[in-house]
Design a protein around this ligand. Structure first.
Ligand code: NAD
Ligand code: ZN
Ligand code: ZN
Length: 345
């Protein structure tokens, strides 16, 4: 008899996830079979199941790309993992390695890339397969549940912060203090930056304060750009936007100091994809607006090292896989502080 596993499966966009018994995958050449221990619930998973992005995910879909687990079996030719070893699977399932972007160390924008839990089955399941060369090695001592969000929220914000060019002692605005943002606050602090946190919910701002943000800005009130410029003595040197509202992307530019850089990370979706920016303020102040998409394998190794060394720790609540639709409903309403991590083991 073929082996089976429990998984949360999306059969139709908008239909929600159903807990099903499905065939357990076998690892192909270069792949590992992962026995999933934990999987974080990223807002991107909600975008996937609701069909917010083009192209839609490959159906039927098993979402989940903040995966930690143990290597259960090795496909042919896998040399850099051993059976039983701790492993993490990120969003970037695979990239081609030979296009002009991969060759420049920009594998995050490889046009042939595959995405875990979007174009390939992910970690909302007892098992998944992934190419060994794109997985992270996790040290023996780490908390596998708290480590899960580092595989997306961690690596993504870490890269986004680096791409602002902000240096120790300078100000970073973190706009959106959700799953990504609350981890971003911690990377920024660990990197020696001063943090101004921006959100539209008091609970999220209080969370940022507990994590070390010095300045808190409620973007619902007055002119948040002016408030941030005043409280940081001239504006933020760097900013990252992890919010799910286009307004936050517009406001971020007004929060910058001249010569500042903002990394756009959030992806509100097709129906909320357009913004208006002031050309003259970008030109006159030599502002840089750039995109930042997950992270390279090197970014992942660095992001994991921060967490493994105790400098960054996701604030998590664990939930069973069966609760996933209710978790999405709460995420939509902004009711989740920190990250929910599915306990799969
Ligand atoms: P989340 O729901 O946990 O957090 C979103 C936060 O944004 C919440 O705290 C919410 O209150 C806040 N927010 C909403 N409107 C705001 C506004 N106008 N101003 C300030 N804050 C506002 O979501 P998450 O898991 O942190 O993901 C955030 C976004 O990042 C999603 O769109 C997700 O798809 C995207 N994402 C992108 C990448 C990438 O590589 N670029 C990677 C992961 C996630
Ligand atoms: Zn994600
Ligand atoms: Zn490529």
């Amino acid at each position: 008899m073929n082996k089976t596993m429990k998984a949360a499966v999306l059969r139709r966009i908008g239909a929600g996830l159903a807990i099903e018994t499905v065939p357990r995958p076998d690892p192909g050449p270069g792949e590992v079979l992962v026995r999933v221990k934990a999987c974080g619930v990223c807002h991107s998973d909600l975008h996937a199941v609701e069909g917010d992005w083009t192209p839609h995910p490959t159906l039927p879909l098993i979402p989940g790309h903040e995966v930690t687990g143990h290597v259960e079996a090795l496909g042919e030719g896998v040399a850099d993992f051993n059976k039983g070893e701790r492993i993490g699977v990120p969003w970037m399932f695979w990239s081609c390695g030979i296009c002009e972007f991969c060759l420049q160390g920009m594998e995050t924008i490889c046009p042939r890339t595959e995405a875990t839990g979007y174009s390939k089955p992910g970690g909302y399941a007892e098992f998944m397969v992934a190419p060994a060369a794109f997985c992270g090695h996790l040290p023996e001592h780490v908390d596998m549940h708290a480590m899960a969000p580092i595989l997306c929220a961690g690596v993504t914000t870490y890269r986004g912060i680096k791409r602002t060019g902000a240096r120790p002692g300078q100000w970073l605005a973190v706009i959106g203090i959700g799953g990504l943002g609350h981890i971003a606050v911690q990377y920024a602090k660990a990197m020696g930056l001063r943090v101004a946190a921006v959100d539209v919910l008091t609970e999220k701002l209080n969370h940022a304060k507990r994590l070390g943000a010095e300045v808190l800005i409620d973007a619902r009130e007055g002119d948040p750009g002016a408030a941030l410029r005043e409280k940081s003595g001239g504006g933020a040197h760097g900013a990252i936007v992890t919010a799910v509202s286009p307004r936050a992307f517009e406001q971020s530019v007004t929060m910058l100091r001249p010569a500042g850089t903002v990394s756009y990370i959030g992806l509100p979706g097709r129906d909320a994809d357009q913004i208006r920016l002031s050309i003259s303020s970008i030109v006159n102040s030599e502002i840089t607006v750039r995109g930042s998409n997950v992270g390279t394998r090197q970014d992942l190794n660095e992001a994991i090292a921060f967490a493994a060394n105790g400098l960054v720790k996701a604030d998590i609540k664990t939930q069973p896989l069966e609760n996933i639709n209710a978790i999405f409903a709460r995420m939509k309403k902004g009711e989740i502080t920190g990250r929910v991590v599915l306990d799969i083991s």
